[in-house]
Design a protein around this ligand. Structure first.
Ligand SMILES: [Zn+2]
Length: 418
């Protein structure tokens, strides 16, 4: 028996759970795991969409939904322009085994009529759509994520062993502003690992050399050079406005100065260091995990922290660690995945192995504890240990530090120059 469109739609609407725009908004607020799926065509999406929606046009619904929402028990709310296509799509998803699917009645038109929040899609140029096409294909990035990267500002402390691979991949990813702080010049001995520089640039400022490479790789990226040494007098000014900091510093003093300022400015620092065949990596996310001082309350004596220029390093190790840092930075910028905040990742190039240690905040930390926050708010100076203090540096000695079994690889790694 032939059935008309309106008959089919009436039956489908009767069998599919319908939500009003107001109910949809409540559900999205109450259970953020709910997937809001826009099934309209791309030309409609381009005119505006609900914030947080995933775009899966109805024409490709069956083939794309499993990649977009792999978990069939995840609650899904579908919407289209007026509520008909989303009801039909809901029936299809139910047939595919999706257990908790609803359709928003009235669709995007009614959502807008009710004055609820929506936005226009980020405008990427035709060239950007091609350049970042592999990002755009990933639901966790997409055009919105790419636009976020283009608006992001990342500060690289050093254009050396860690900073070089990081700068290359951050630039390639389209992170719009890269600040680079380095006062050094390119040296022949740098080129075994500092891959952003080239032989013909020996003697040039590292900031200029890095800028040249980045500009050639991706003209979307603005490089802000800071040709100065990070110190207590300039750190607040230099780090202001950055979304994340990638720490490739090679001195303890700089790490402490950076840590204390970044905690105060609430900027996450992705930290790595290397030593011969070993590397270590963690994320210092202010007040959401330990800071550098929680782990290393005071600097080690220089003899316990030989730099790469003394101890050497396999060139690929800072490359690997610098890219793992970059991965953490990009996750932070996009707000996806689990960061390494509170976890220390140890890499051993000879074994080809990774180990992970749990890290905790030190409730008595002179920089990130509640008492330190209060002191900062009140404008009182923080009681941080000074440099050259006669305090023996023993990794693992802090009640919250890594266990003593890890002390020997860490002792070098913590101080290694990149
Ligand atoms: Zn701390």
């Amino acid at each position: 028996m032939a059935r008309s469109y309106s008959e089919i739609l009436r039956d489908v609407r009767a069998s599919v759970r319908q939500l009003t725009p107001a109910q949809t908004q409540e559900i999205l607020a109450a259970s953020p795991e709910t997937a809001l799926v826009d099934v309209r065509e791309t030309t409609e999406w381009d005119q505006g969409y609900i914030v947080g929606a995933i775009h899966v046009p109805r024409g490709n619904l069956e083939s794309l939904i499993e990649a977009a929402v792999p978990d069939r028990n995840r609650p899904i709310v579908l919407y289209c322009a007026a509520g008909a296509r989303s009801a039909l799509a809901a029936r299809t998803l139910a047939e595919m085994g999706y257990a908790n699917v609803a359709s928003m009645s009235g669709g995007f038109q009614q959502w807008k009529t009710h004055g609820l929040a929506w936005r226009l899609p980020p405008r990427l140029t035709a060239e950007q759509k091609i350049r970042y096409s592999r990002h755009l294909l990933i639901p966790e990035v997409g055009a919105e994520g790419q636009a976020k990267l283009l608006e992001s500002k990342v500060l690289l402390i050093g254009a050396g062993g860690l900073g070089s691979p990081a700068a290359l991949y951050l630039a390639a990813a389209g992170v719009g502003t890269l600040g680079i702080i380095d006062f050094d010049t390119v040296d022949l001995s740098n080129l075994q690992r500092q891959v952003i520089h080239t032989t013909d640039r020996i003697g040039q400022k590292k900031v200029d050399s890095a800028r040249q490479t980045i500009r050639a790789l991706n003209p979307d990226v603005t490089v802000v050079g800071h040709e100065e040494m990070l110190d207590a007098g300039n750190v607040d000014r230099i780090i202001a406005g950055y979304d994340a900091i990638l720490d490739g510093t090679d001195t303890f003093e700089t790490r402490y100065i950076l840590n204390d300022a970044a905690v105060a400015a609430k900027i996450p620092v992705v930290h790595a260091s290397v030593f011969r065949f070993e590397g270590q990596l963690t994320v210092f996310k202010p007040y959401d995990g330990p800071c550098y001082r929680c782990l290393y309350p005071s600097p080690p004596p220089p003899e316990l922290a030989p730099g790469c220029s003394v101890a050497g390093v396999l060139g690929v190790v800072p490359g690997i660690m610098g890219l793992l840092q970059t991965n953490e930075v990009i996750k932070l910028l996009l707000g996806i995945g689990d960061s390494l905040a509170g976890r220390l990742l140890l890499f051993d190039a000879l074994d080809g192995s990774f180990q992970e240690l749990r890290l905790r905040r030190d409730p008595a930390c002179p920089v990130c504890s509640d008492a330190a926050v209060e002191a900062r708010v009140a404008g009182r100076p923080l009681a941080v240990p000074g440099f050259g203090a006669d305090v023996p540096f023993v990794l693992g000695a802090s009640p919250n530090g890594p266990p003593p079994s890890a002390a020997s690889p860490l002792a070098g790694a913590a101080g290694g120059r990149s």
